[in-house]
Design a binder for this molecule. Structure first.
Ligand SMILES: CCCCCCCCCC/C=C\C/C=C/C(=O)SCCNC(=O)CCNC(=O)[C@H](O)C(C)(C)COP(=O)(O)OP(=O)(O)OC[C@H]1O[C@@H](n2cnc3c(N)ncnc32)[C@H](O)[C@@H]1OP(=O)(O)O
Ligand SMILES: Cc1cc2nc3c(=O)[nH]c(=O)nc-3n(C[C@H](O)[C@H](O)[C@H](O)COP(=O)(O)OP(=O)(O)OC[C@H]3O[C@@H](n4cnc5c(N)ncnc54)[C@H](O)[C@@H]3O)c2cc1C
Length: 624
């Protein structure tokens, strides 16, 4: 099962090696992280990042190994933005010459970069950004400027205190005309003493939700006051400004400007499955240790994992973790495929890639955030302690519902793609890829489900048909209602809640389909495929209705702990007293409690000033 989860034996081996490297290095300790002040936490993040880079160089780690090392360190920081957004933005939007210049420095960490798109006034509406980049032909420079308070860059990770450079998104103005949003490479801080360059006001935007968690990241604010940069720092793969100031657009779709977001959304699906699997691992292992109540006859107490209510709340998350993992592996393939096509100037699959990445990012991160919260409840009171690992896991993953595109905004993009496809089907065009099922419209609009029993839900063809019929009917229903509205725009707006539901149904179909396709592969190991079939059935059935699932849960229960062990997480990475591999939960919880700064003294600080006078006064009063 470990191989099925990781994707290959090689993947299991590299992941194990990197996880152990992190777990055995004292610099990467994180057990007291939630007790650090913001300043201490930030400094700790700088220390870990520098140490990780040192180890990467010393051990000559490959890119794959270095990425895993970063992942297992498990502390959001400026390096994430550098590798996941700054470098890909230059790769995707820079010319070969620009890539050679900037990536050479970025790969060696001679510069640290971030991705500065969002502003105080606009995040979702990228075309509404206000920062300007005005070309000055007299000096061959762009003047970068924040004309209003709301145009202040706001949120970019690493911007606050760390980044020396950024890809800044701004409205390009040349020859008096506004050509809309484009990317520019800007140096922000001196490479000598790290002070902001003239005209740049920069700082951190303040503390965020939860202790520890995303507070390790210096999300930043930046104002630009007529800062000049050379013309060749405009990312010029998609469009150029000539020496004379003439705007020239290449013959590529302008949406490629959004390419970095497509790339990152794809990686976020993999992050979501990982976060969900961590929460499930904690809740399942703890559920096998925790006992409450026994039989009336005085028998042994029951493991809480054996309660049917616990199983019906928890096992759909276990199934979802596997489902998201497999769809994430497929999405990575889709992204590679579309990138290769783009390189040979085939842009035909771009809209589908956008819809798939946006939709899957949205559905998997929302489900993951909800599930982590529920796992906390599934662990009872102990789940609420920081030492359970769950509060921090929740706080770190909650913003994934917002960053890289608000989940509702992204689902509306999927809905727009679906409405277009329905109208193409109506005019006789055969849809392809993930919307190919819509071509089977006659049958799917009328067919009746043959699913009656739990066993039917293990029949892939039956499952697929149910999900296809559901998704298609919801999409067609929306399209018909939109066509009755006074205008397409009004109809879309009025029906947006239904459109979001239709988009979710389509995305869930993709997830179910990719799970089924995974089951058709050669899967090694005795009983592995059978367990995955049951999980696929649970994932599908819990989305439709909750009846008849008990039988499947009973079949999964004997292997539940093994199914979470297959995630192959070290105790260090899991970071949970409740989810420990050895099950020694109570001693771990007890030990963790004593690490709290409040326990440094027996009598707390503040006793002399506040507690003692109060107690004394009350005592005096009672004696009067
Ligand atoms: C290994 C270590 C692990 C570590 C893990 C680290 C994980 C790191 C994660 C980093 C964490 C946090 C960083 C966060 C960064 C950010 O948040 S960056 C900012 C992200 N911002 C957004 O996502 C904004 C969302 N808004 C948009 O994307 C667009 O503005 C929106 C799509 C909503 C609307 O676009 P418009 O251009 O205004 O308009 P529209 O008319 O709707 O679209 C026109 C047309 O273009 C198509 N389209 C839109 N987007 C794309 C795209 N990305 N690709 C392709 N096509 C796109 C759209 O469908 C329309 O097509 P049509 O044919 O005309 O219908
Ligand atoms: C932790 C974190 C890290 C981030 N890192 C970065 C970064 O590194 N770089 C960067 O540039 N940005 C970053 N961001 C910003 C992030 O990308 C934006 O916050 C995100 O795109 C959402 O935009 P917004 O904040 O403007 O939300 P808004 O668009 O203001 O959303 C507010 C509400 O309005 C709704 N809404 C908005 N538009 C519509 C619509 N058309 N139809 C229906 N409902 C709508 C939304 O669903 C939401 O409920 C980060 C954000 C966070 C939280």
């Amino acid at each position: 099962m470990k191989v099925a989860w990781a994707g290959s034996r090689h993947a299991v081996e590299v992941a194990d090696r990197m996880a152990c490297l992190v777990a055995s290095d004292p610099v990467f300790r994180k057990d007291t992280r939630t007790m650090l002040s913001r300043k201490e936490l930030f400094k700790d993040t700088l220390k870990k990042a520098a140490h990780a880079w040192k180890r990467t160089v010393e051990l000559h780690l490959t890119e794959e190994e270095a990425n895993l090392l970063r992942l297992y360190i498990d502390q959001p920081g400026y390096v994430d933005l550098h590798w996941v957004m700054f470098v890909p933005a230059i790769k995707g939007q820079g010319t070969e010459e620009q890539q050679k210049k900037w990536l050479t420095m970025a790969y060696k960490f001679q510069i640290i970069g971030t991705y500065a798109q969002t502003e105080l006034g606009h995040g979702s509406n990228v075309q509404g950004l206000e920062t300007t980049a005005t070309f000055d032909p007299s000096t061959d420079e762009f003047i970068m400027h924040s004309p209003t308070l709301t145009s202040s860059k706001w949120w970019p990770g690493g911007l606050g205190k760390t980044s020396t450079h950024a890809v800044v998104y701004a409205r390009l103005i040349t020859e008096g005309k506004d050509y809309g949003i484009h990317g520019f490479i800007m140096q922000l801080r001196s490479l000598d003493d790290h002070s902001p360059l003239p005209g740049i006001t920069i700082g951190d935007i303040g503390g965020k939700f939860g202790s520890g968690a995303y507070n390790s990241m210096d999300n930043g604010v930046m104002r630009l006051d007529h800062v000049r940069i050379p013309r060749d720092q405009m990312l010029m793969r998609l469009a150029q400004v000539t020496r004379e100031g003439k705007y020239v657009h290449s013959d590529v779709p302008k949406q490629l400007l959004y390419g970095t977001m497509v790339y990152v959304r794809q990686t976020i699906v993999a992050d979501a499955s990982r976060a969900l699997s961590r929460a499930v691992c904690i809740a399942v292992r703890y559920g096998a240790i925790r006992k409450q109540f026994g039989s009336k006859a005085g028998g042994p107490e029951t493991q809480v994992l054996n309660y049917k209510t616990q199983q019906s709340r928890l096992f759909p998350f276990l199934a979802s973790a596997y489902a998201f993992r497999f769809v994430g592996q497929w999405l990575k393939w889709l992204y590679t495929d579309v990138t290769q096509k783009l390189e040979s100037k085939d842009f035909s699959t771009l809209p589908e890639a956008h819809a798939c990445t946006a939709g899957l990012k949205s559905v998997t991160t929302s489900a993951t955030a909800d599930a982590i919260e529920e796992c906390q409840k599934l662990c009872g009171g102990h789940g609420y302690l920081n030492s359970s690992g769950l509060p921090e896991l929740f706080a770190v993953n909650l913003p994934a519902c917002t960053y890289e595109g608000d989940n509702v905004v992204l689902l509306l993009q999927v809905a727009r793609f679906l409405m277009k496809t329905v109208s193409q089907v109506a005019s006789g065009k055969q849809p392809v890829g993930t919307t190919a099922y819509m071509g089977n419209i006659q049958h799917l609009m009328q067919c009746k489900s043959v699913v009656n029993t739990v066993e039917d839900w293990l029949n892939p063809a039956a499952i697929k048909e149910v999900f296809e019929a559901r998704a298609l009917r919801m999409a067609v229903n929306c399209a018909q209602n939109i066509s009755k509205a006074p205008s397409q725009e009004e109809g879309f707006s009025e029906l947006s809640p239904d459109l979001v539901e239709a988009a979710v149904a389509h995305v869930q179909l993709i997830i179910v389909t990719k799970f089924i396709e995974k089951l058709q592969e050669d899967i090694l190991g005795h009983g592995v495929k059978e367990q995955l079939q049951k999980l696929c059935g649970i994932y599908a059935l819990h989305l439709i209705h909750n009846e008849r699932l008990g039988k499947l849960y009973a079949q999964v229960r004997p292997n539940a702990v093994a199914l979470v062990d297959a995630f192959d997480y070290t105790d260090h990475y899991l970071g949970s007293a409740l989810g420990r591999y050895d099950g020694d939960v109570y001693s771990a919880l007890y030990k963790e409690a004593w690490k709290d700064p409040l326990n440094e003294t027996v009598v707390p600080d503040g006793y002399q000033e506040h507690l003692r006078p109060l107690l004394k006064q009350q005592l005096k009063l009672s004696r009067l």
